[in-house]
Design a protein around this ligand. Sequence first.
Ligand SMILES: Nc1ncnc2c1ncn2[C@@H]1O[C@H](COP(=O)(O)OP(=O)(O)OP(=O)(O)O)[C@@H](O)[C@H]1O
Ligand SMILES: [Mg+2]
Length: 408
Amino acid sequence: MNGSSQEHFIGLDVGTSMVRCVVGTFDPNGSNMPSIIGHGQAPNQGMRRGAVVHVDDVAEAVVKAVTEAERISGKAIKQATVNVNGSHVSGLNSEGVIAISAANREISHEDRLRVEEAATIVNLPPNREIVQFFAKNYSLDGQRNIKDPVGMTGVRLEVDAHIVTAASPNLRSLDMALEKAEVFPTHHTVSGLAAAEAVLTRQQKEAGTVLLDIGAGTTNLIVFEDGEVQHVAVLPIGGQHITNDLAICLKTDIDVAEQVKVQHADLHRDPKKMNAMVKVGDKAYNFRFEDITMVIESRVEELLEYVEKELHKIKRNRKLPGGVVLTGGTAKISGIDEFTRDKLELPARIGKLHNIGGLVDTVEDQAFSTVVGLMLLDMLLLPALPPVNGRSESTKALLSGFLGRFKS
Ligand SMILES: Nc1ncnc2c1ncn2[C@@H]1O[C@H](COP(=O)(O)OP(=O)(O)OP(=O)(O)O)[C@@H](O)[C@H]1O
Ligand SMILES: [Mg+2]
């Protein structure tokens, strides 16, 4: 797909609670469908809310996850497409304008790259950098909503873009952890985009859909419309906050609270269950089911209020026909889809992997969506770029990588 001679592709999700690694290839039976041939995961102690806070701990978790994936797949893993996450990641809109100078006024690939580069000239604080660029649509001599201007003729070419930026120190820490683990990041991408690649259909991206990847420390939000990324945000709320709330309200240990959540979280409000007492493992605790539900409901409601605010910023609250697609480990809370539907007044469903073969049993788990998407992006993106000034990719090279992919 990316024209390289590479036979296997790797996604590496450095998550707040877990590092996950997936190895994929094209179906050997000739269907050309992506097929999973290996996976690995390891608990990660070195992150807070999606950002690296302890490089050695993250490196250790990466080594463990990668070694397991190597063992299962039988392939040596030296490089991977890796996610960028954390509340320091944010999206902003930008515009670019250029004049077409060719005598016949025909728009070339170079013109398209030039206008996209013009859109990346934004005033950023010195410690921030662009990690991703999405062209939403182009205008040619005032004619709006052009998807690809190449081959058209005109004088003034404009682009509406969405740019994702991140704090440079956080990116450096992630790179340091990867360097220690001896994994070269061929591409970096926001977690939400990767999860969307794994679970959203083309139809959902066209119609207008918001994907929520609700993890342990963060919620990644990405809005698609007309097939293009319109908005990216990372909210600093995830499943760990629910666990912490439960520990406080139930006056119990964090690990008991985590078990209570994983085994009993249910937002259906079944009246028959509400007064029941909860059992964790072999022990019966004096926790009322209703109390547990109330704690979880309030945190999920708070999260959805932030989501509503993000949608309001782009005037898409209650206006996305494709609705909400939920994924990430916290999307396993029973009834979270219906709860989301009621709160956001949009259709809501749990994301499912599509068109993927091989060892799918493990990776069908919602917590694997991001890493499967990273593996798919590893297949789709342009071949690996050589290191620049010790960094894996310069911003410009990274942009051209993504521009190449998103235009194709
Ligand atoms: N059955 C379940 N019910 C409720 N929550 C669950 C369940 N299983 C896992 N979780 C929660 O999902 C979270 C982990 O999700 P995930 O693996 O997607 O996060 P992550 O990628 O490590 O974190 P982040 O994306 O924030 O960096 C944890 O908070 C965990 O408690
Ligand atoms: Mg995650």
